[in-house]
Design a protein around this ligand. Structure first.
Ligand SMILES: Cc1cc2nc3c(=O)[nH]c(=O)nc-3n(C[C@H](O)[C@H](O)[C@H](O)COP(=O)(O)OP(=O)(O)OC[C@H]3O[C@@H](n4cnc5c(N)ncnc54)[C@H](O)[C@@H]3O)c2cc1C
Length: 362
């Protein structure tokens, strides 16, 4: 059930989607490309580390996927995303094989909580741990940090199968050369035995612990911020290793590209249908949410144009503020502690537990 649906579209609803024109397609590796858009950072402001949601209609079905901006708002004129082709993946393969310069893609504006708030006066350690396509948001942050925090030191621990699979290989070499003593890249190759000037194997918690202790201990670990992006296993290991050094959680930022199996938390059973009020673009709509549907699914099924992307509780595109009532989330990894405290919920994994739920989107 939905009331108040057929109102005139408001300005913010129109602004939710943009048509971005591809200016250039750059080949990064055998499996990864960068799409550089005509759109400029001054037209679409973003923070280094944020992502775009690309919306493609393929064979009559709409697909939405998030892609981190690999460009830096402080160094690159044009917005760019870097996409790794995933075996069997619908959208990454389509983009990799079919998209060419001049094409237009529907996108949602930049969003996300994984970003660097650079401050010129700060003198700190910025430590990045990434693997494979996880380098994309890190690259944006690294470029901005090198430009905007001249006193900070940066270390990147970067895992790849081999040298040939490395995204941004040349750009990273150039950044190191331009920033001697300020930026170091430590390579870890999982498919190369005894590599020169690199480590062999996976990025484990022990390796992270040892490397960080060697690189950072003397300049004090408390003054470090960590940025992690890569496979779930690597991020879990990294978080444990960083916690073992006594670094508080608030200094550790991470971005997941895929949903992990959430730790089993005791949950309240969602057993009935509830009515939910959704405030979207300043208009209030009442939606009936059945027990077996998320708030997002019920809203979309009712015809509401609610923002969303991953639909698994990680990207936060469907974030809304809970103004009243109680909502149970299957997963809240994407939200920061502050957002949870402030009452934000993720509609794609959210279920109402009371009949007085009001959620404001946007
Ligand atoms: C916030 C955010 C930022 C992202 N940034 C980037 C980016 O900068 N570059 C990039 O290449 N991708 C990025 N991704 C992942 C991207 O959104 C897609 O999930 C990915 O391109 C696969 O989409 P697909 O349609 O090709 O695969 P699908 O058809 O959706 O999936 C195929 C199979 O692969 C699994 N899968 C999906 N994504 C991954 C993954 N990343 N690793 C391993 N298995 C996966 C699926 O569970 C499924 O089983 C990001 C995701 C999020 C949430």
């Amino acid at each position: 059930m939905l009331s108040n649906l057929f109102k005139k579209k408001s300005t913010s609803q129109k602004e939710r989607y943009q048509a971005f024109k591809v200016r250039e397609v750059k080949r990064e590796t055998n499996q990864a490309i960068t799409l550089v858009f005509e759109q400029r950072a001054n037209e679409f402001p973003y923070k280094p580390g944020q992502y775009l949601t690309l919306i493609l209609n393929l064979e009559g079905a709409e697909h939405r996927r998030s892609y981190s901006l690999s460009s830096s708002p402080d160094c690159d004129q044009h917005l760019a995303v870097t996409i790794k082709q995933l075996e069997g993946g619908i959208v990454s393969n389509y983009i990799f094989h079919k998209i060419k310069s001049g094409d237009t893609i529907k996108v949602m504006p930049p969003m996300g909580n994984f970003f660097l708030d650079a401050k010129a006066a700060l003198k700190r350690n910025l430590i990045f741990v990434g693997a494979g396509s996880g380098i994309t948001p890190l690259m944006s942050i690294i470029k901005s940090a090198l430009k905007k925090e001249p006193h900070s030191k940066l270390v990147l621990i970067y895992g790849n199968k081999s040298d040939e699979d490395m995204i941004f290989k040349d750009e990273l070499v150039a950044l190191q050369e331009r920033n001697p003593g300020r930026f170091e890249v430590i390579h870890v190759y999982s498919r190369v035995e005894k590599p020169e000037n690199a480590y062999s194997g996976r990025i484990t918690g022990d390796l992270i612990y040892d490397l960080i202790k060697t690189k950072v201990e003397k300049t004090n670990i408390e003054n470090s911020e960590f940025f992690l992006c890569g496979p779930a296993g690597m991020m879990q290991e990294a978080r444990k290793a960083i916690a073992a050094m006594g670094v508080p959680d608030t200094q550790v930022h991470y971005e997941s590209f895929v949903a992990t199996t959430a730790e089993e938390k005791p949950k309240e059973k969602v057993s009935s249908d509830y009515q939910v009020d959704i405030i979207l673009d300043g208009e209030k709509y009442t939606v009936q949410v059945p027990a077996d549907k998320s708030i997002l699914k019920a809203g979309l099924d009712s015809g509401l144009d609610m923002p969303f992307s991953c639909q698994s509780g990680i990207c936060t595109a469907c974030r809304g503020k809970l103004l009243s009532g109680k909502v149970e989330m299957e997963e809240d990894e994407g939200l920061t502690r502050d957002e949870i405290k402030e009452g934000y919920v993720l509609c794609c994994v959210g279920h109402p537990l009371t009949d007085d739920v009001i959620i404001e989107i946007g």
